[in-house]
Write a protein that binds this ligand. Structure first.
Ligand SMILES: Cc1cc2nc3c(=O)[nH]c(=O)nc-3n(C[C@H](O)[C@H](O)[C@H](O)COP(=O)(O)OP(=O)(O)OC[C@H]3O[C@@H](n4cnc5c(N)ncnc54)[C@H](O)[C@@H]3O)c2cc1C
Length: 297
């Protein structure tokens, strides 16, 4: 196995163009497990750790440009206000050691349906900045990024440079079911983001379909119900029947399997429970913000 160690992004792209089968390695928390278990024996490893830009982030007007290798710990410590859903999801990843090494670029590279960043990225709205030496940069909408079980939209000569995640304009939540509270791959997970500026709600479901998915029918139902009832303006409590219908549609948006971590029917049930809870939490938080604004006026 050859070890390629580019010193710059341009060198990394050139190396990937020359050796399209080279496996990029960032934190190595997925790649090294695969190599140690002999699930993968790449001819080349492409080490991205000398490229400093990949561990940096920029907070813009509307979105955060998150370098592909920014570790989860940094997201939790530095981007909680801008990216609350992703920060909460980061908290649930593995252990402090893994969170110090692993990042969103690696989660996207692996594209496991159980990866914790995915539901948060789907709910917030994100684009993956991919680049190749031959064709330059393109932005891949997160909804189009996951193409199958552990498959993504990257071409063999492409690398992920950054992820552009929309800054929160309202409350966000992330919920995960596992067999214990830490160091656990999700049995299933759910991300929810309220977007008061556009009066929309977005969801993300993890580990309950071949790829991470949004519950689009549930979003459409809730968007219409909130609009019809004037909820965004009157800040009323969401009625239990609306919350239940939303939860049922989220369950219906799953396409899970039975496996060692859980059954399909349990996953459907748990996604519904998480959908109802995260809706209650985020909506209460939204109502609280409205009361504070009205009180100050
Ligand atoms: C003990 C343990 C517990 C874990 N628990 C969790 C958990 O709770 N939740 C969870 O989501 N994950 C978990 N993981 C998996 C892993 O930590 C995450 O998927 C992490 O985000 C991977 O990031 P990394 O930087 O280490 O990726 P790496 O292992 O370096 O790479 C992962 C994949 O992405 C590709 N890649 C990396 N960077 C790029 C890039 N810039 N461009 C293109 N491709 C790239 C690699 O080639 C590889 O295919 C766990 C792993 C371990 C070992």
């Amino acid at each position: 196995m050859d070890f390629l160690r580019p010193a710059s992004w341009e060198e990394a792209l050139a190396a990937k163009a020359e050796h399209p089968t080279a496996v990029p390695i960032a934190g190595g928390t997925d790649v090294m497990v695969e190599i140690n278990f002999d699930h993968r024996r790449p001819e080349y490893l492409l080490d991205l750790n000398r490229i400093g830009d990949l561990t940096e982030w920029e907070v813009g007007e509307e979105s955060v440009r998150l370098g592909a290798s920014v570790p989860y710990t940094r997201i939790m410590e530095n981007l909680r206000a801008e990216l609350p859903g992703l920060a909460l999801a980061s908290h649930t990843v593995a252990s402090p050691q893994i969170r110090n090494r692993g990042g969103v670029g690696g989660n996207l590279g692996t594209a496991s349906p159980a990866g914790d960043a995915h539901p948060a990225l789907l709910a917030a709205g994100a684009e993956v900045e991919a680049e190749s030496a031959a064709r330059g940069t393109r932005l891949i909408p997160i909804d189009e990024f996951y193409t199958g079980v552990k498959r993504n939209a990257l071409q063999p000569d492409e690398l992920i440079r950054a992820v552009h995640v929309k800054k929160a304009d309202g409350p966000q939540q992330y919920s995960k079911v596992g067999t214990r509270n830490a160091m656990v791959i999700a049995v299933c997970a759910f991300g929810l983001a309220l977007h008061p500026e556009t009066r929309t709600v977005r969801t993300g479901i993890g580990s309950a379909a071949p790829t991470p998915v949004r519950a689009k029918a549930a979003e459409e139902f809730l968007n219409a119900a909130l609009e019809e009832g004037g909820f965004w303006d009157n800040g009323k409590i969401i009625t239990p029947s609306v919350a239940k219908q939303f939860a049922d549609l989220c369950s219906a948006g799953c396409n899970p399997i039975d496996d060692v971590r859980g059954t399909a029917s349990y996953r459907r049930h748990a996604v519904g429970v998480m959908a109802r809870r995260t809706l209650t939490w985020t909506w209460e938080s939204y109502r609280g913000t409205r009361r504070t604004i009205e009180g100050a006026a």
